[in-house]
Design a protein around this ligand. Structure first.
Ligand code: NDP
Length: 397
């Protein structure tokens, strides 16, 4: 059906490439491009399909991207590099007439702050160019938005309370490691918490609010309230929502390491002078931490991510919980990557498939919940992320 360009050759890029290659009826021509070409070549070798092309690209440079796009002429770019590259890639898409999909919203390098305004500002330009941009199409953001749209379409007249619950009950047997890019991950979870209630955003201390929540097949896990980017788009796109929150589990060992990292200044994102050389402590820390791509082999356990929703249907209050559990070992057996990369890369491929099939194709910049959730939900079941539903259970929240 069409040509796809994957930018980024990390854990998520690897899974996206495996899944794109598995769906060769939809993706007829594939290229993987990243800063380090040898990493793209290694993915092609692991997949075992020599027809997949690779290229080196600096995705911070619009000029570099434009040259690559004009050469390969993709229909859609799956951006699974880092959030810093979102705007340059969107800019190059506009210049070359290419559609766009990502899994994380833009974040400036010098400020640990993420919001959609920068990317939503591209809406009119994408619309005028007749191009589709699909934002936040990983698991959360991504499947969390599709689940919410599916609940709104089939099970509720009005959604009132939304809690997105993200549990990683896996064990990678390392003292400390992050499950995706350490720099982006540590920037995210050391920020102040925030949730939406009655039209306002309420700020909390970092990881200040927490409680045990029970996850299917896992049991109770301490869960911490964080701000997460899909809260911004979901409260805008579903205005009946009175309260929206995001919860993520962390183990004590992880939190202790995180506290030390912050206390000794290793989470700093400003430049410091080290022996006459400028370095950013958090970037240096990334260089010495385990690479999330290498965690898969000894990773046990599973992730459990879902939406717990309370609202009204036919005049009656009801609750609904929709979730997926993903085994780290199963993900590793299929793609060589752990479950967090898997749960992000699979939806990224499905989003691109929705575009290729013409099911999610409308000019402008959109969040996933603004498209029809049904064909995406159907593919989740087929592509390795089956979902389950609980009606009128105790949401604990
Ligand atoms: P990695 O750090 O493993 O991979 C990032 C890749 O992008 C690397 O291959 C890196 O190259 C490449 N890259 C970085 N900068 C550039 C650049 N300027 N030009 C070209 N390539 C570049 O990250 P992950 O795979 O763990 O995560 C990828 C994305 O997925 C991130 O944006 C992350 O926030 C998002 N994510 C989303 C989730 C969701 O559920 N929505 C969950 C988890 C992650 P090199 O190898 O040379 O460093």
């Amino acid at each position: 059906m069409g040509k796809v360009l994957i930018i980024g050759a990390g854990g998520v890029g690897t899974v996206a490439a495996f899944k794109v290659a598995q769906n060769s009826d939809v993706f007829t021509d594939i290229m993987i491009a990243s800063r380090t070409r040898s990493k793209c070549d290694a993915i092609v070798k692991a997949i075992g399909n020599p027809n997949i092309k690779t290229a080196q690209v600096d995705a911070d440079s619009v000029q570099d991207l434009v040259a690559l796009f004009n050469d390969f002429k993709p229909e859609i770019v799956i951006n699974v590099a880092l959030p810093y590259q979102d705007l340059t890639i969107m800019e190059a898409c506009l210049q070359c007439g290419v559609n766009y999909l990502d899994t994380a919203n833009y974040e400036p390098k010098d400020e640990a702050h993420f919001e959609y305004s920068w990317q939503w500002a591209y809406h009119d330009r994408f619309k005028e160019a007749g191009l589709t941009a699909i934002l936040g199409c990983g698991f959360d953001p991504g499947v969390s938005g599709v689940y919410t749209a599916y609940a709104a379409k089939h099970h509720f007249d009005e959604i009132h309370y939304l809690d997105i619950v993200d549990c990683n009950a896996g064990n990678h047997h390392k003292a400390f490691a992050t499950n995706f890019n350490p720099e982006i991950n540590i920037r995210e979870i050391t920020q102040k918490g925030r949730y939406y209630e009655d039209g306002k955003w309420i700020e909390t201390g970092a990881l200040e609010i927490h409680k045990p929540l029970t996850y299917p097949n896992v049991g109770p896990r301490e869960s911490y309230l964080l701000f997460h980017e899909e809260l911004e788009s979901l409260t805008k796109n579903f205005p009946t929502i009175k309260r929206a929150r995001f919860w993520m589990t962390f183990g004590q060992e992880y939190l202790t390491h995180l506290r030390v990292i912050q206390n000794i200044g290793m989470a700093r994102i400003d430049e410091i002078d080290y022996n006459g050389q400028k370095i950013v402590p958090l970037q240096f820390l990334k260089a010495v931490l385990p690479n999330p791509q290498d965690l898969g082999e000894n990773y046990e356990g599973e992730t459990s991510i879902g939406c717990r929703i309370r609202g009204v249907k036919d005049g009656k209050e009801r609750t609904y919980y929709v979730y997926n559990n993903c085994s780290h070992q199963e993900a590793y057996k299929e793609t060589g990557m752990q479950g967090v990369s898997y749960t992000t890369g699979v939806p990224a491929m499905i989003g691109a498939m929705m575009f290729m099939k013409g099911l999610w194709r409308k000019p402008g910049v959109w969040n996933v919940e603004q498209f029809d959730p049904d064909p995406f939900m159907e593919q989740l079941n087929k592509q390795g992320l089956p979902w389950h539903e609980v009606f009128d259970g105790d949401l604990e929240l």
